[in-house]
Design a protein around this ligand. Structure first.
Ligand code: GLN
Length: 547
């Protein structure tokens, strides 16, 4: 049976709870344990799939087709364990399950209440697959004291009582603000946060304290005394230059040792941190730099393209270069020449996205990359933009566009080179969709196979002709235009196994121009950079040598 680690946060949000959880997962793996990480989010959306990236950052998609919190991306990148549908849940999902059961009559006439019905539903979720791993790490979203988080805190409190003594450990992440005027790190907000946690019955075993600098012994002792934890369980989490140093930094601070001590595991197996030392070496000792433009819509919020930024970093690590990412708002050159905005970059990436805003700019970015021989990676919408650009400017389909934009505008303005998918094959059945279906969870989601043409660039990049990648889209390039586009040099080099859905396009006579209908960024890891990002950054490196 797994041991459980519950990770909660206090004082303020955005302290890096997800990262701390992911790094701890990596450290437990380094000591030979198997782990699984889970996120429990108190918000009421059933999942983040329908939330704007401005609200919630990127939506991370799992192999089994769940649209989840971006923290699951951190978990996967640090542990390499593929997340599943059952690793992410929200209040919305919990309540909807409970209400569904109530309608079915499963509660046999009982009055349905937060305790025990909602808390039981949460506890059932936490224990899914508990026999599969040594450690289950469950992060509770938000901060202690949030009204909507209460059922989750109550559930984990009960859970630790249901389990044998010593089976559950609570780790609380807080902030130690530094007051310049007095030159002090302040412990009071942490004391209050722990008090809040204890008032609902949870006594943290480990305190992880975010601070700008080291925690002096005096403050450490004060925290231990007032928060009722052991001094060596007060762990400093100092700001780092790279998130990939986090496992090493937390290890230096003694986090993994403190966790094993809290479980009374002695002697603790020795950790093997070679993987993370190599990762840190590659991050901190690059041999060159490249500049990549991400031309998108949500450029004010980096979290919107979190996995892409990380995958580019991984590509840089594979090539021993630092990738300087610059976010370029596509809307700026919707109606003007993109050259002044795009010149000087060694590669251009157009990411996924939804809706028409900024798409003319993205189409121009694809044209710029094609005609100037700049490496281009188009992801999902970025592939669709490249196809529309090719149709309009090379194949003579002057009004080429996507049905997505016509649906949004409520009128027909484009020839739909990209159309609304009505059906596709998943495993051994056909999935059907209508334009007016619900928006939540109805896209083509999760892992699907693509078959690559043997002579293509992508087959060379992957070193394979069959790949599995994660998808999240409603629209698709129309096969009707294949012949026309291929005659012009845009090869459809990756297709769904039934040959009906274009998965990859590439310009044959271009140094590096690839569009993919899926999201390769979701599977990249610092210790196993995704082949497309490895190759794309290598192409950027080659370009940087030319200029
Ligand atoms: N909006 C496009 C579609 O639904 C692209 C989606 C994406 O980029 N993830 O097909």
């Amino acid at each position: 049976m797994a041991r459980f680690i519950f990770i909660t946060g206090g004082v303020v949000s955005s302290l890096g709870k997800g990262l701390a959880s992911a790094a701890l997962g990596a450290l437990l793996q380094a000591r030979g344990y198997s782990v699984r990480l889970r996120k429990l989010d108190p918000y009421l959306n059933v999942d983040p799939g329908t939330m704007s990236p401005f609200e919630h950052g990127e939506v991370f998609v799992t192999d089994d087709g769940a649209e989840t919190d971006l923290d699951l991306g951190h978990y996967e990148r640090f542990t390499g364990v593929a997340a599943r549908k059952t690793d992410s849940v929200s209040s919305g999902r919990i309540y909807s399950n409970v209400l569904e059961k109530e309608r079915r009559g499963d509660y046999l006439g009982k009055t349905i209440q937060v305790i025990p019905h909602v808390t039981n539903e949460i506890k059932d979720f936490i224990s899914i697959g508990e026999d599969e791993v040594d450690f289950m790490l469950c992060e509770i979203g938000g901060t202690v004291g949030d009204i909507e988080g209460l059922p989750f805190f109550e559930a984990i409190r009960q859970f630790s009582q249901d389990k044998p003594r010593g089976q559950c450990v609570f780790m609380h992440l807080t902030l130690l603000p530094y007051i310049k005027a007095s030159g002090e790190l302040k412990t009071k907000p942490t004391q209050h946060s722990v008090k809040e946690l204890r008032s609902i019955g949870i006594a943290p075993d480990i305190l992880v304290c975010r601070s700008e600098g080291p925690i002096p012994q005096k403050e450490r002792e004060k925290l231990a005394l007032f928060c009722n934890v052991r001094p060596d369980s007060v762990i400093a989490a100092q700001d780092l230059k790279s998130i990939y140093e986090a496992p090493l930094a937390y290890h230096r601070e003694g986090l993994d040792q403190a966790v094993l001590d809290a479980f009374n595991i002695a002697p603790a197996p020795r950790p093997n941190l070679d993987r993370w030392e190599d990762v840190a070496d590659r991050i901190y000792n690059p041999e060159g730099e490249v500049k990549v433009a991400i031309v998108g819509k949500y450029t004010q919020l980096e979290d919107a393209y979190k996995s892409i930024a990380e995958a580019l970093t991984h590509g840089g690590m594979a090539n021993r270069v630092k990738v300087n990412v610059e976010w370029v708002d596509a809307e700026i050159f919707d109606t003007q020449d993109p050259a002044p905005f795009l010149e000087g970059y060694h590669a251009i990436l157009v990411p996924g996205g939804f809706g028409e805003r900024g798409t003319e700019g993205k189409i121009k970015a694809a044209e710029f990359a094609r005609t100037r021989n700049v490496p281009y990676l188009g992801i999902c919408l970025g592939m669709q933009m490249a196809v529309i650009e090719a149709a309009r400017n090379v194949a003579g389909v002057k009004d080429a566009g996507s049905e997505e934009f016509d649906h949004e505008a409520g009128k027909k303005r484009f020839e739909p080179v990209v159309y609304h998918l009505k059906e596709w094959v998943q495993g051994n059945h056909t999935v059907a969709r209508k334009v007016d279906d619900d928006k939540g969870g109805t896209m083509r989601l999760g892992s699907y196979t693509a078959v690559l043409s043997p002579e293509s660039k992508v087959a060379e990049v992957y070193g394979d002709t069959q790949i599995e990648e994660r998808h999240r889209h409603r629209y698709e390039v129309d096969l009707k235009y294949r012949d026309k586009l291929e005659t012009c040099g845009l090869a459809f080099s990756g297709m769904s196994p039934d040959g009906r859905l274009p998965e990859i396009v590439e310009w044959k006579d271009h140094p590096w121009f690839i569009g993919v209908q899926f999201h390769p960024e979701l599977k990249s890891k610092p210790f196993a950079p995704h082949p497309l990002f490895d190759s794309f950054v290598r192409a950027a490196k080659d370009t940087s040598r030319l200029v």
